[in-house]
Structures are given as C-alpha cells and as structure tokens.
Design a protein around this ligand. Structure first.
Ligand code: ZN
Length: 139
C-alpha cells in the first residue's frame, strides 16, 4: 500500500506544476498577445476559475476511477463475509471548486439483504479495517 497522505512538499510540488499550466490556460484563452487592457478582472478570474474547476474534476475523476479499478469485481460482505458483486451507481458530487459524476462502487449482499460500500483502500494485513457505512435506503 502506498502512503495514505501526501507530504506537504509533494502537495506544494503539485501546486507549482499546476501553476505552470496556468500559462497554457492563459495562452489558450487570449492567445500569445494576452487579453489586452479592455478585458476586466472579473473575466480573467472567470477563466482562472473555469481552469481550476476543470483541473479539479479531471484529477478527481482519474483518481476515483483508479481506486474503483483497484477494488476488483467483488467485495466481501461486512456482515457474513460472502463475496458480493460490485456494481456502480452514478452520483453527482460537488467537490471543492467543481462538480463531477462519481461512479460509486456499491455492493448488495443477497443473504443479508443489505447494501454496503466496499472499502476504498485495502487495509494492510494485520491492520484493523474501518467498517464501511451501510446505505440507509433499501433498493
Ligand atoms: Zn452478507
């Protein structure tokens, strides 16, 4: 298992990288010559906000997709341990600075007649595993 949290240095690295992409966004929005003097600050801010939201959505969508793939095709029921097939439900998600559709992995145990979320990360052997929250509504 890789690290659960990134170091502050790594986070700063990512931020610096994204700051460089800002130059690409600026060029794409207004060309090599730049916005000139007629474009107001609000419009410039709008471009920056759209870029940030798109970056947030694209980054999270990729990472969540990778986590979903790492789950495999089934997960053990937290109650009885029966391996249950993984299904996906699309859920609109508001995140910091954006929106995306989360393809949320959900399992249903036919024996216990309950839905559960498979754990996002597999716990290392010998480590206690957090119980996923059961879905409140019935299907
Ligand atoms: Zn079960």
């Amino acid at each position: 298992m890789s690290q659960r949290r990134l170091s502050p240095q790594k986070i700063q690295e990512i931020r610096d990288l994204a700051a460089q992409w800002g130059k690409i966004v600026a060029r794409r929005a207004f060309g090599e010559a730049g916005p000139g003097t007629q474009v107001d600050f609000r419009t410039l801010e709008q471009v920056a906000a759209a870029a940030a939201a798109g970056l947030t959505e694209g980054t999270l969508a990729t990472l969540l997709e990778q986590q979903a793939q790492a789950l495999g095709t089934e997960a053990p029921c937290p109650d009885c341990g029966r391996p249950c097939l993984l299904d996906y439900e699309d859920r609109p998600l508001a995140v910091q600075g954006g929106h995306l559709t989360l393809h949320e992995p959900v399992c249903h145990c036919p024996d216990c007649r309950r839905d559960f979320f498979p754990p996002a990360g597999r716990a290392a052997p010998g480590q206690p595993r957090l119980q996923p929250d059961p879905l409140t509504e019935d299907h």
